[in-house]
Structure formats: C-alpha cells, structure tokens
Design a protein around this ligand. Structure first.
Ligand code: APR
Length: 246
C-alpha cells in the first residue's frame, strides 16, 4: 500500500467507532529534541547503561550518583515543547477518535499538548516522594535542593526523595493498572514511537482488537499489527488526524 492508502486505511479503522486508544513511547518526543533510548547512534542507552542509572537498586545504592546521572537530563525535558505528534493525538481525542492515550514517556508533553484522558504508565516528573515516610512533594523539592548543592535531596524526616517515575525493578504505577482497565473492549490501539522492548507496556497490544504501528523503523510485534506505517511520527499522526477529521 502507498503512504496515502496506509493513512486512509488507518483512519477508516478509527472511524469505525468503538473505544480506540493510543500507546506512545519516546519516539513521539524526539521531534521535541528529547533523545529516545534505543535509536541506533542517538539512543540514551547507547551512552549510559540503564542498569547503572535507571534502576531502583542504583537509586538505593548511591542516590547522589543517581541524581548526577539523571537530573540534568530531566531538567532539560522540563523545557521541551510538544511537537505535531503530541498535538495530533490531542486533536484525535478532542474529535472523539481516541478515548484515551497511554504513554511510557515521563516528559509531560502529552499533557502540555492538551491530551485529557492520559495514562502516564511510567510516571512523570511533576512530583517526588520520600523513600522513608512516603510523603509526596512537588518535584521542585528535588531540583531546588540539588541546585543548592544538596545531593541526595531529602525529606525533613531525613529520608531520601525519589522521583515519581517507574524505574527498572520498580512496581508499576497506578496509571498502568488504570490503563489496563480502560483498555477492556479496546477496538483500535495506535502504537507510536516505541520499540516495544519493555514489558508490561508492550503487552498492552494484546488487549486491543486491532493494532496500528507507527514507527521510524521496524519493531518486534509488527506481525501482530493490522497496519504498519514507517516514518516520522509527527508527520504521520498529523496526516492521520487530518484524514480522520475529514
Ligand atoms: N518518529 C517515529 N518513530 C521514532 C521517531 C520519530 N520521530 N524517533 C524515534 N522513533 C522510534 C525509534 O525508531 C524507536 O523504535 O521510536 C522508538 C523509541 O524506542 P525506545 O527508544 O526504546 O523508547 P521506548 O519504546 O519508549 O522505551 C520504553 O524503556 O528505558 C525504558 O522507561 C524507558 O519508557 C521507556 C521504555
């Protein structure tokens, strides 16, 4: 099928009604200047070992090093703006073609773009919590202390503060369980910008009747998809939203 035929076929699936969802990964934020994790040559995990920098045991073992590894990158994310991929998905929700959006991203760009029914299954960077007393605070409690040379950032009770993101070895977020509930009866799942390497997120495809994969390069799981459209998520999702809108 040509590109135009693929977009029309995807729009046709979404227009058939039913509860459709989107599942996104870091690939929808690269056009906002945020590197993804596994793209050859630019992915973050080509430069850092995730087992050293993004696991619960790394945080527990050396929280100061954990923040040295991650905080500068996370603060850079805070300054990023949504790109056409984010705005197209928010538009499709507004037009009723998406009942919700499930994201693995912690950058908050779907929220900034106006998505309402949003499930941030790997958490977000808006709040943090104390690893001892479990109290929650705005994430600025971490960035302010780190900026004042206090590393690791800590709670008044003395406990170390940790971000409300899901690290490797962490339990899944409440949003993940809410997303699995919301996906019951899902008609079409539009999967965009994810390598589908990480579970249980990648397993969410099994809950959808139909799957449309949008990605710059081939990903495992494509054989399960009804449609696969390779290319930049910003352009593809914008074209898809335009054709859906009619
Ligand atoms: N348009 C379309 N696809 C893109 C674009 C783009 N502009 N940029 C990158 N991609 C694709 C890449 O080809 C890759 O297949 O997006 C995918 C991103 O995959 P990953 O980097 O593995 O990111 P993701 O799937 O979100 O990772 C899942 O792994 O490390 C953990 O917690 C982290 O949430 C993350 C999880």
């Amino acid at each position: 099928m040509s590109y135009e035929e693929l977009i029309s076929a995807a729009a046709e699936l979404l227009r058939q009604g039913g509860r459709n969802f989107a599942l996104t990964g870091a690939g929808v934020s690269t056009e906002s200047g945020i590197p993804d994790f596994r793209s050859p040559g630019t992915g973050l995990w080509e430069r850092y070992d995730p087992m050293k920098t993004a696991t619960l045991s790394a945080l527990r073992r050396d929280p100061a090093a954990f923040y040295d590894w991650n905080l500068q990158r996370w603060e850079a994310v805070a300054g990023a703006e949504p790109n056409p991929a984010h705005t197209a998905l928010a538009r499709m929700e507004e037009l009723g073609f998406l009942a919700g959006l499930i994201t693995q991203n912690i950058d908050g760009l779907h929220l900034k773009a106006g998505s309402k029914s949003l499930f941030e299954i790997h958490g977000h960077l808006r709040t943090c919590r104390c690893m001892s007393c479990e109290r929650h605070f705005p994430f600025s409690h971490v960035t302010d202390q780190y900026g004042a040379g206090i590393n690791p950032p800590h709670c008044a009770c003395g406990g170390v503060l940790r971000p409300d993101v899901v690290l490797f070895e962490d339990r899944m977020s409440p949003d993940f369980f809410r997303a699995t509930q919301a996906l019951s009866g899902c008609q079409v799942l539009v999967v965009a910008g994810t390598s589908l390497q990480v579970y249980p997120a990648a397993g969410l495809l099994d809950l959808a009747r139909r799957v449309v994969i949008i990605n710059r390069e081939p990903v495992p799981g494509s054989e399960r998809a009804d449609l696969v459209i390779h290319g930049p998520a910003g352009r593809i999702l914008s074209d898809l939203a335009r054709v859906c809108a009619g």
